[in-house]
Design a protein around this ligand. Structure first.
Ligand code: IGP
Length: 264
């Protein structure tokens, strides 16, 4: 696996073993369980869609391996407040340090600045990170099928649910879809960006749609940049979106969100 995802996952292993030395899993678990402040992530999306509006997960990310630095003026609390003011449904906050210039503090600050449910956006390969997510305040975790075995996916979903969080399972192709369908979560993210090559095509969501059973909530992820992209997805009954770059490049991210969905 000589690709970007493989590099990220190798780095994660080191990050996690260092984190474990700083703080034990048992200690983290105590903190995670003592928090009684979970915000319903999946529920927020369903409520929006029930009102006939799109569910919008607005992402807070400073940089990415494919784009470099996306946003120089980066204040997570300001961005979160702006998203909330202009109608975002949920937040997604990158906590990966090495490749996305994220941080745990970004998540804490963003969540404290609004009342929206928050997804910890990271590459989860160890239960420690799920427990850490809740200790930080996350309401949902991302599980990437390309990064995990079917056994790990089931085990990790269990741990997240046990802590009261929702799970967004991310797929990229048909084989991954079949694995994801074994999980309980209704939230199915179809990434238009291949995490191995970083190429993006919205056609990826459209191609996989017919194979998705009706009880799953499809969230189209990555590469949604213009109103036409939103319209194309809505025509195909895709009502939930995960969008980062298009908002992060704008002066006022919330305004960009409102404008992108002005026709909806
Ligand atoms: O910035 P974009 O193209 O709107 O994409 C957002 C989000 O989908 C993307 O950041 C993403 C999707 N899956 C991921 C997994 C890890 C890191 C990042 C991601």
């Amino acid at each position: 696996m000589n690709d970007i995802l493989a590099k990220i996952l190798d780095t994660k292993k080191i990050e996690i073993s260092t984190a474990r030395q700083m703080r034990s899993e048992a200690d983290l678990l105590r903190e995670a369980k003592s928090r009684k402040d979970v915000r319903g992530f999946a529920r927020a999306i369903e409520e929006k869609i029930a009102q006939g509006k799109p569910g919008i997960i607005a992402e807070i990310k400073k940089a990415s391996p494919s784009r470099g630095v996306i946003r120089k003026h980066f204040v997570p609390s300001e961005i979160a407040a702006s998203y909330a003011a202009y109608g975002a449904t949920c937040l997604s906050v990158l906590t990966d340090i090495q490749f996305f210039q994220g941080s745990y503090d970004h998540l804490r600050q963003a969540r404290a600045a609004c009342s929206l449910p928050v997804l910890r956006k990271d590459f989860i390969i160890d239960p420690y990170q799920i427990i850490h997510a809740r200790a930080l305040g996350a309401d949902c975790v991302l599980l990437i099928v390309a990064a995990l075995s079917p056994h790990q996916l089931r085990e990790f979903e269990e741990i997240a649910i046990e802590l009261g969080m929702d799970v967004l399972v991310e797929i990229h192709d048909r084989a991954e879809l079949d694995v994801a369908l074994e999980l309980h979560t209704p939230l199915l993210g179809i990434n238009n960006r291949n995490l191995r090559s970083f190429e993006t095509s919205l056609q990826n969501t459209l191609d996989l749609l017919p194979a998705v059973p009706p009880h799953k909530r499809v969230i189209t992820e990555s590469g949604i940049l213009k109103a036409d992209d939103v319209a194309l997805m809505r025509q195909h009954k895709v009502d939930a979106f995960l969008i980062g770059e298009a908002f992060m490049r704008a002066k006022e991210p919330g305004v960009a969100l409102r404008d992108l969905f002005a026709a909806e």
